[in-house]
Write a protein that binds this ligand. Structure first.
Ligand code: DQA
Length: 148
């Protein structure tokens, strides 16, 4: 069975109480439960990971190179400036889709740019928890070789 690493970055452990008007009131656990449900429908395994630390996220992405078939990645604020996470994604060569709960192009100017998106297959932004589901759908379609 294919395995997808679903990696969440800094402050995403605070979902549910953090800026609820922007990120909604679901906890990360709630989001992950929805991902698990979709994974069961798609017939893939999921390995969840969350960290507030850049190096830990780099380590997990490197590990995905050996252990996982694809990555769904919400890098949090690191999206906008972490060349280390970008380089890790580029280095492992595992298909990666970047996801964001909020629409990062509709907020502060510093959020408009992702330094990680260019090394990802694509980006899903603005659909709340559904961004994770759509990201999972996208990487699984890629793994299955669906051309559309
Ligand atoms: C986020 C968007 C980032 O700009 C922000 O720093 C986050 C969450 C999102 O999911 O919308 O922590 O990645």
């Amino acid at each position: 069975m294919k395995r997808v690493a679903v990696i969440s970055g800094p402050n995403l452990n605070l979902l549910g109480t953090r800026e609820v008007d922007v990120y909604g009131d679901l906890t990360l656990e709630d989001v992950e439960a929805q991902v698990m449900q979709r994974a069961a429908e798609l017939g893939v395994e999921i390995a969840f990971f969350q960290s507030n630390h850049e190096g830990a996220i780099v380590d997990r992405i490197q590990a995905a190179g050996g252990d996982d078939d694809a990555i769904v990645l919400n890098p949090g604020a690191y999206t906008h400036y972490s060349y280390a996470i970008r380089d890790a994604v580029a280095a492992v060569g595992v298909p990666c889709v970047e996801v964001h709960l909020s629409n990062i192009t509709a907020r502060e100017e510093f959020r408009e740019r992702s330094v990680i998106a260019p090394v990802c297959a694509g980006q899903v932004s603005g659909f709340g928890a559904r961004s994770y589901i759509l990201g999972l759908d996208a990487v699984v379609a890629m793994l299955k070789g669906d051309e559309r």
